[in-house]
Unconditional design. Structure first.
Length: 228
């Protein structure tokens, strides 16, 4: 479903050239629960951003289903991102003046769905992540774990092909982080949604069915693991 071939990406910071990715090749099948792990600067977030149509590669190809996203027009990338990809970020990225319901519903509004459909799906997804009765709370009135659950609901409500999670437990304590991981694992198993994590959190690695290790922009290892 996701095919990455010989991917290269370089950033220029003043006179410094940073080779974030140096020939990365990777295939991810539908329904996988995979962690891309590595220390800061290893290239894992760059890889996620390119798969997620947020950044572009200097060389190589990325294909999602039948869509080759490298070299695609900006408008096409926006459409692929809007229709196929959900995002979960370490800082939650919720809009503070909107309620939990409004943060989730906004995703469906951008798809142009009828208001009745938007409400039904948003309420159901918030219940799915354990937030029934909290629909009207703004982020400031939610705990970190609850905010991340809203972020998960927002990512999943449009029924994406892929969910990309960039350090989703980084701002959570270990107990809350594990609860969020269990939630995503359950959704992965029940709905078959593909989850791709960027992380240096050992707990996230342990929950992964597959662990791909990056170092200095190169894949060092790629192994199937027994799921947690």
């Amino acid at each position: 479903m996701i095919r990455v071939q010989d991917l290269h990406k370089e950033y220029i910071d003043g006179e410094t050239h940073v080779r974030a990715l140096r020939g990365v090749s990777l295939e991810i099948a539908k329904g996988e629960f995979i962690s891309i792990a590595g220390p800061s600067g290893s290239g894992k977030t760059t890889l996620l951003n390119i798969i997620g149509c947020i950044d572009t590669a200097d060389a190589g190809t990325v294909t999602i289903d039948d869509d080759t996203i490298t070299g695609a027009r900006k408008s096409d990338l926006v459409e692929i991102r809007r229709m196929k990809i959900g995002f979960v970020f370490q800082n939650f990225n919720l809009i503070p003046v909107l309620s939990a319901y409004e943060n989730v519903a906004m995703t469906l509004s951008l798809l142009g769905l009828p208001e009745r459909e938007i409400r039904r799906r948003s309420i159901e997804m918030l219940a799915e992540v354990g937030l029934s009765g909290m629909e009207d709370r703004r982020p400031a009135k939610l705990s970190g774990g609850q905010q991340q659950r809203v972020a998960v609901a927002r990512a999943l409500v449009k029924d994406p092909t892929i969910v990309l999670a960039d350090e989703p437990t980084a701002n959570l304590d270990s107990e809350t982080g594990e609860a969020v991981l269990k939630l995503m694992k359950e959704i992965n198993r029940r709905l078959g949604t593909t989850f791709v994590f960027s992380t240096h959190d050992q707990m996230v690695m342990e929950y992964a069915d597959r662990l791909c290790s990056l170092h200095d922009g190169v894949i060092e290892s790629d192994e199937l693991r027994r799921s947690a």
